[in-house]
Design a protein around this ligand. Structure first.
Ligand SMILES: Cc1cc2nc3c(=O)[nH]c(=O)nc-3n(C[C@H](O)[C@H](O)[C@H](O)COP(=O)(O)OP(=O)(O)OC[C@H]3O[C@@H](n4cnc5c(N)ncnc54)[C@H](O)[C@@H]3O)c2cc1C
Length: 412
């Protein structure tokens, strides 16, 4: 069997075309940086992913000048996030109370977003997209990362660079190859997800969490045609649910909201159900000589309040500013200390979001009747306090200001 080897010189190699990777590659390409973006899948419709983008992402896309074009694609503007406890609306997080024009979140099929960003980056001749190409090894030079070896089918590619960005998600190969450890946080819940056609009667298109005696149900509309349904379970109990059978599971889900009953006909096999083993973790290091981790590769947030996409995109935007200065000054692989500002700037805000998520997880997993009563009494009151508004703003607009570095844009 003959192997072909291809050599390429890049300034930056970004591994992974998730939300973090596509934004990073786009910003670098339009700043005149020679950048290659690698994605191991040929189709962008890869693993089951989040469709919700916080209002901050809307702002950042607007700053990039890409929002109007994106809004021409199929999307849904989300004005609020409702929390129902024992049939009663306890509170809602109202994005429409935020300062216009960024007073909504965006629900969009993730592959549409990713493809749009790749199309925008492709307008710059400094950009190369390598789909169906898997990063397999790190190339090193005097102890620094100096590129990667990738595989496209049987073809071997050697990409040499000043920087490799690991934007390759929670199971990051780049992080593992670099031997960077994750600090894991324990978590007591898992999520099950499945899609149903249409929307349950009375669903207005907003995200809704409903807690009843029988369980916790989350609705996320994916356009008018499809609703993504989430079901929260105690960690490690999915095997037990499966062993009781699909009908028993459907009955339990419908007991929380009977309106979902007719739609559940479309759930005919556990194969339609994805399990999200909730992991919350943080990489011990985000930068090394010639290497940077962003998004889920650096930190995995819990799914509460849909933060993963926003955090990955914020990382890319902040890293872009830091890298433009470092690329100008570094002759070979970028030294870690030239990128330390990125890790310093981003760790704090990611920690803050995780703290809010821990609190949310605690609040919703309460089962003791006394605490349940406390939650029902307290939350509507808390909802009106400045503290709640501050938390809402942090969830929607991030824990620290982030802006796109327009000054590095090269006119096309
Ligand atoms: C079920 C579910 C629901 C979620 N819901 C939401 C939500 O509503 N809102 C939200 O904000 N977040 C949500 N999240 C989290 C969100 O999807 C992630 O935080 C986000 O996708 C992280 O982006 P990323 O760019 O860091 O990595 P990813 O999106 O994970 O992308 C990494 C990419 O790297 C590629 N890759 C991996 N290894 C290699 C390799 N060796 N070579 C080449 N390519 C490689 C992968 O194929 C992938 O395309 C959800 C997650 C799940 C699982």
């Amino acid at each position: 069997m003959s192997m072909q080897a291809v050599e390429m010189e890049q300034e930056v190699v970004v591994v992974g075309a998730g939300p973090g990777g596509v934004v990073m590659a786009y910003l670098l390409a339009r700043s005149g940086v020679k950048v290659a973006l690698l994605e191991r899948h040929v189709q962008l419709d890869r693993e089951f992913r989040g469709y919700f983008f916080q209002p901050l992402v809307v702002k950042l896309l607007d700053e990039m000048g890409l929002l109007q074009g994106l809004l021409e694609k199929e999307h849904y503007k989300t004005g609020s996030f409702r929390f129902i406890d024992r049939k009663k609306e306890l509170f809602s997080v109202n994005f429409f109370e935020l300062k216009p024009p960024y007073d909504y979140g965006l629900l969009m099929h993730q592959p549409l977003f990713l493809q749009y960003m790749i199309d925008q980056a492709s307008k710059f001749d400094t950009f190369t997209y390598l789909s169906g190409t898997r990063a397999a090894e790190l190339l090193t030079e005097n102890g620094a990362v100096a590129g990667i070896k990738a595989l496209k089918g049987k073809e071997e590619l050697f990409l040499r660079s000043k920087l490799v960005v690991g934007a390759d998600g929670r199971y990051s190969t780049i992080r593992k190859l670099a031997g960077i450890e994750m600090e894991q946080e324990s978590h007591t819940l898992d999520f099950l997800w499945f899609d149903l056609p249409g929307q349950p009667e009375g669903q207005t298109g907003n995200i809704q969490i409903q807690i009843e005696e029988e369980g916790m149900l989350i609705y996320t509309p994916k356009g008018a045609e499809v609703t993504q349904v989430g079901w929260v379970i105690p960690k490690g109990t999915y095997a037990e649910i499966r062993s009781k059978g699909l009908e028993a599971f459907k009955k339990q889900v419908a007991a929380v909201d009977p309106k979902i009953g007719p739609l559940l006909e479309h759930l005919q096999d556990f194969k339609q159900v994805s399990v999200l083993d909730i992991q919350v973790a943080m990489a011990k290091q985000w930068v090394r000589n010639g290497l940077m981790l962003i998004g889920d590769a650096a930190h995995i947030a819990s799914p509460f309040s849909g933060q993963g996409n926003s955090l990955a995109i914020q990382d890319a935007v902040v890293a872009h500013g830091v890298l433009m200065r470092a690329l100008r000054d570094a002759k070979g692989p970028i030294p870690a200390d030239m990128m330390a500002e990125f890790e310093r700037t981003r760790r704090g805000p990611v920690e803050k979001i995780k703290k809010i998520q821990r609190m949310q997880a605690k609040m919703i997993s309460i089962r003791h009747p006394l605490f349940v009563r406390f939650r029902r009494t307290m939350l509507p009151i808390v909802r009106r306090t400045p503290l709640f508004k501050k938390m809402r703003d942090t969830i929607a607009m991030g824990a620290a200001p982030v802006r796109v570095h327009e000054e590095y844009r090269k006119a096309k």
